[in-house]
Ligand binder design. Structure first.
Ligand code: IPM
Ligand code: MN
Length: 359
């Protein structure tokens, strides 16, 4: 029996509805294992701007710091996307949270689920058996470099990486590779970018400490092609902030839906768990959003808290939902289930109820 404080940051768009399903699943886990999860909900993103003028209110940051783990939904609102002059944007809340909490590594596992092979636009024989994990650097690079406008009207975004910034995430990626299939691929653009050459240098220096791990180096353009043509070759993929953002969305095609990919952001302090998808405002309130990325993020949260049997049970329940085609419309357009129904199915399966009870 453990007691854990979980801060919920549901955010915007479909964030709140997918978070609700993840909480339902965590409640079922608590019930089944006799744990106590204490949830508190806090504002972030566009809803926080509307309420306070600040996309990451101090209260929210303090609540994250006081929690054992944070579950994050999504942020973003179209009213800001088409306004390049907006000074305050929802994304600033997410980026500041990552920086303030020192979340330097974003871990994004990608699995080709057997039950969903036919749902991917990619050929089944290419993706079957894919099991890779992307380690995306999250608090450096072009996202956080100096940006601005010059007097002549041009704009700039600087990309900088220091050695320690690379070393700390590279060590995590190497450790992960050592515990998996012992293969690390560094994705960079070392034929053009100086920062990428530094990444290569640092990874090459660290490699002897992990002598059982094979290291490969791939340029990002080539990696973007190979990740969907031959994804099975990858085990752990290590890359910088922006390349990781792009190739992880691309890799979600392997799983069959963006709505399936969870992530963990870890670093110095509390860890944050969030789906890789965005706020999908067009789907808000329609009951069509896939809650499984949020639920699988909750499974990563449980692992992080050392509750590995609990996490395994959540993944088993998700597998069960996929196998029985309990799927939201993007995966099952002809006989879709709602966000709520998918969440309930997983939660009831964890509680070990029979099937009649959940519907
Ligand atoms: C992600 C998102 C964010 C990012 C946006 C919303 C700032 O796309 O978490 O992948 O680019 O990191
Ligand atoms: Mn992204």
């Amino acid at each position: 029996m453990v007691t854990k404080k979980i801060a919920l940051l549901p955010g915007d768009g479909i964030g709140p509805e997918v978070c609700r399903q993840a909480v339902k699943v965590l409640d079922a886990v608590a019930e089944r294992f006799g744990h106590r999860f204490e949830f508190s909900s806090h504002l972030v993103g566009a809803c926080a701007i509307d309420a306070t003028g600040n996309p990451l209110p101090d209260e929210t940051l303090a609540a994250c710091r006081a929690a054992d783990a944070v579950l994050f939904g999504a942020i973003g609102d179209p009213k800001y996307d088409n306004d390049p002059t907006a000074k305050v944007r929802p994304e600033q809340g997410l980026l500041r949270m990552r920086k303030e909490l020192g979340l330097f590594a974003n871990i994004r596992p990608v699995t080709a689920y057997q039950a969903l092979l036919k749902h991917s636009p990619l050929k089944s024989d290419r993706i079957e058996g894919t099991d890779l994990v992307i380690f995306r650097e999250l608090t450096g690079g072009i996202y956080f470099g100096e940006k601005g406008r010059n007097a002549d009207g041009s704009a700039y975004d600087n990309c900088t990486y220091s050695r320690p910034e690379i070393v700390r995430i590279a060590n995590l990626a190497f450790q992960s590779a050592a515990s998996r299939r012992k293969h690390l691929t560094l994705v960079d653009k070392a034929n053009v970018l100086e920062t990428s050459r530094l990444w290569r240098e640092v990874v090459r220096e660290l490699a002897p400490q992990y002598s059982d791990v094979t290291v490969d180096y791939l340029f990002v353009d080539n990696a973007a092609m190979q990740i969907i043509t031959n994804p099975k070759q990858f085990d752990v993929v290590l890359t910088e902030n922006m390349f990781g953002d792009i190739i992880s969305d691309e890799a979600s095609v392997i799983a069959g839906s963006m709505g399936l990919l969870p992530s963990a952001s870890v670093g110095a302090e509390v860890a944050v768990f969030e789906p890789i998808h965005g706020s999908y405002p067009q789907a808000k309130g329609k009951g069509i959003a896939n809650p499984l990325a949020a639920i699988l993020s909750a499974a990563m949260l449980l692992d992080h808290l050392g509750l590995t049997a609990e996490a395994a049970l959540v993944r088993e329940a998700v597998d069960e939902a996929l196998t029985n085609q309990i799927l939201t419309p993007e995966l099952n357009p002809t006989a879709p289930y709602t966000t709520e129904q998918v969440g309930s199915y997983v939660a009831f399966w964890i509680a070990d109820s029979n099937e009649q009870q959940w519907n």
